[in-house]
Structure formats: C-alpha cells, structure tokens
Write a new protein. Structure first.
Length: 424
C-alpha cells in the first residue's frame, strides 16, 4: 500500500467523474481510498469556480480538510486551483500544493510526479464507480462558447471529445460492474464529435450495448437538441433513454440572452421543449438553470423569464443570482444591478420554482414510473424525481416499476407495481 487517500468533490458532474477517474488511477498504483479524512495520508479536494459561492465553498473545503487531518498532505485540484494559478494568486495556507488543470489528464500527471509515482502512459478505463448503480460518464471536456458571464472556458480550455471506442469500452465496463444508469456528461455535452459525426452517433453506439441499463443525457445546450437527436431518442432510445432533459435557459428575455452571448432566443427554447415533449410524451420532464439579476436586466426582462417558465412547467429550476466573474465581459457592462435587487429577484424565482416543482410532482400522481433504487426503499425516477417506496422492496441497483401514490415534501411516494422488481 502506497498510502491512504480521501477525496472531496465540489461542483459539476464532470468534476465528479474526474475524481472517480483519479481514484481508479491511484488505486491501480496501490493507494487505498478511505472514508475518514482523519485516517488519510493524502486529501484531494476537486474544486469549483463557476460562481463566487463555489469558490468560497472550495476554500472552506480545503480549510476543513486541513483541520480534519493536520498531518496529511492537502492538495487542491480542479477549476478553482486553475483560476488561482492563472491569476497568479497565492493558494490558501491550508493547501500543501495545488494543481491547475487538475480536472484534466495533465493535472493528473503532475500529481503523480508530486507523489513520486511513475507516469503510466495511458489512463485506465473506469471499471467501477463508487456510486455503483448510477455512474457519470464524461465524454467531452472544455467549451468553445464564450458566454459573457462564464469563466469556465478559460479554465477547462477548448472543446475536446473522447474517442467513441474509448467511451463505449468504459460504458460496457461500468454496466458489467453493476451500473444501471449511465449519465452522459461533459462541460458542453452537445459538442461531442468524431470524424464529422456528433452526439447522435455516440448515443446510437451506447444504445447498442447489451445489459440492463438506462441512459440519461445530462445538461445540454438547447440548440444542441436537434431534430436528428430527437429522432433517435424516439426510435432506438424509446424505453432506454430517460425521458428527461436538463436545458439551461438562463433568461426568458431575448434582450438579456443576447447580452449573455447565448445562441438561442426564448422562442427557440419554447420550440425545442415542445419538440421534446412530442417525442417523450407525458412522461417527459425537464429541469433548467436560470440566472437572476444579470447586468442590465429590467423588471420586464425578469418577468419574461417567469412567464416563459410558467408556460413550460419545469420539474425543477436551479436559480442562481448573477455572480460577477473577474475577466469576463459581463463585469465590464455599465449597468450592474444593486445586490438587493439581485437578491430579491432570486428569492422570487426560488418561490416560483417551489410551486413549479410541486405542480410537476402532483401531475405524477397515479402514473406508472420506473425507479432505480439507490438505497433501500428510495431511488430516482426516469424523469429525475426522488421517489420513496411506501413499503421497501428490492435492493440497491434494482430497476423497480412503481405507481405514484402521494407526495412527501419534494419527493414522490410510490408502491411497487404488482409487486414486481427488475433485478439487474
């Protein structure tokens, strides 16, 4: 055994995948993962920088790691580490060293060098996942778009796609290990491409794999939901692809969308949602991201966002107050909103979001759903809603057909359908 290592991950699904990949790499070299940081010789914190709040949480996570294991090495990886490095800013004193580009293979190689390990040359296929039954599979990294509020392209770099053969091999390995839901993810998932073919080819290849698993598409830029992709989801993907899409709206105002540098308008977003609903039918659900208080956002712009979402009936809305990111064009816009206005609009959006979530949950009453059990008596539906069984049945990893009987907070209550459990 080389040593004991503890991991903490902040931020997106791509970050969570990166941590799993690093864990597999270190375990292959003889390092052992531990759940108690106090037992670790090495603490790896994969950081996030998408908002100022994310940066604060990253800083707090490093400080907490140092307190929990004062004699261990504490290492910062990921986007916040890259951002500090790019800006030439000092790293927190709680950190022994930090690796910019830690979310990419270059950062992994630098970590191995710091640890005195030999470079393996190539990185192993991820054969299992700590969240064994539901795995994030990163197929793309980086972003070629430059929304005026976003710092991520400068931290993750240009768009890069993993080879199809490599993705299929990793997916097959995960299914053999017991994964029952593969969540395709990337910094800009819809930008995956190989030899002139796009996401449609990747989804088709995954659907050809054998095994009892379902496929979920993670966050997609709205303009990447093409008619050809929807045709595949309606055909080969029917019953295999979860009837859920996460499409970041950000604003329902065309004026604000243009200032944000987004590549669609409110009418485009509505048309895309309507097309997806026709494909998936009443089982379809969608979640979204919205930024409140973008510079120059007028009350009528904000109201346009509320009105659009009221019509579209999202299952869940992730509401973010606008967070100025140093180095992005939006910080130079001449008309920033007062922070109290941003706070008030975010609060109103959150209130509406709770109402929309409750409405979406009520529409599921009496419907049949398939849930993936993640722990005894509790799982996630294909429509991406938390479901609690009234009477526990099955085991983690089982795909369970249920009927929705009630609500419990933001979760759905359910009974197994005719006592059936589909074990993997």
């Amino acid at each position: 055994m080389k040593g004991r290592v503890w991991y903490e991950t902040l931020g997106c699904k791509a970050n969570q995948y990166d941590t799993e990949k690093l864990r597999a790499l270190l375990e292959g070299l003889g390092w052992v993962a531990v759940s108690d940081p106090g037992e670790a010789d090495l603490l790896l914190v994969n950081t996030c920088a998408v908002t100022s709040v994310a940066e604060k949480k990253s800083r707090q996570a490093l400080s907490r790691a140092r307190k929990l294991a004062p004699r261990a090495k504490v290492v910062a990886l990921g986007c916040w580490a890259t951002r500090l490095q790019n800006q030439g800013r000092p790293f927190p004193g709680t950190c022994d060293f930090a690796l910019g580009e830690g979310a990419r293979e270059e950062g992994f190689r630098r970590l191995l060098q710091k640890l005195g390990e030999e470079d393996p040359g190539s990185f192993p296929v991820l054969e299992n996942y700590r969240r064994r039954h539901r795995a994030f599979l990163k197929v793309q990294d980086g972003c070629d778009f430059h929304c005026t509020y976003c710092v991520i392209p400068s931290l993750r770099g240009p768009s890069r796609s993993r080879p199809l053969r490599e993705v299929l091999a990793e997916a097959a390995s995960l299914v053999r290990a017991g994964t029952r839901e593969i969540v395709l993810t990337g910094v800009c998932l819809g930008d995956w491409k190989e030899k002139g073919e796009g996401l449609e080819r990747l989804v088709t290849g995954l659907l050809e794999l054998e095994g009892p698993f379902r496929l979920r598409l993670s966050s997609l830029e709205p303009e990447k939901v093409t008619p050809s992709l929807l045709e595949i989801l309606a055909g080969a993907g029917r019953g295999r692809v979860c009837p859920h899409l996460h499409l970041p709206l950000q604003s329902g105002s065309d004026r604000v969308l243009k200032r944000m540098g987004r590549r669609y308008r409110a009418g485009d977003f509505r048309s895309i949602l309507e097309a997806a609903r026709r494909v998936f039918g009443p089982a379809f659900s969608f979640t979204t991201d919205v930024i409140a208080g973008f510079p120059g956002e007028r009350e009528e712009d904000f109201q346009a966002t509320l009105d659009l979402l009221e019509d579209l009936e999202p299952t869940r809305v992730h509401a973010f107050p606008y967070s100025p990111r140093e180095g992005t064009p939006a910080t130079r816009f001449p008309d920033p909103l007062h922070r109290e206005v941003v706070k008030e609009r975010t609060s109103r959006l959150l209130d509406r979001a709770r109402r929309w979530a409750e409405k979406a949950a009520r529409k599921r009453l009496g419907t049949r759903q398939e849930i993936l059990l993640e722990k005894p008596g509790e799982g996630v539906s294909a429509g991406y809603q938390r479901v609690i069984l009234e009477e526990p049945a099955g085991n983690p990893g089982d795909l369970v057909p249920v009927v929705i009987t009630g609500l419990k907070g933001e979760s759905l209550l359910a009974q197994t359908l005719e006592g059936k459990v589909l074990s993997g």
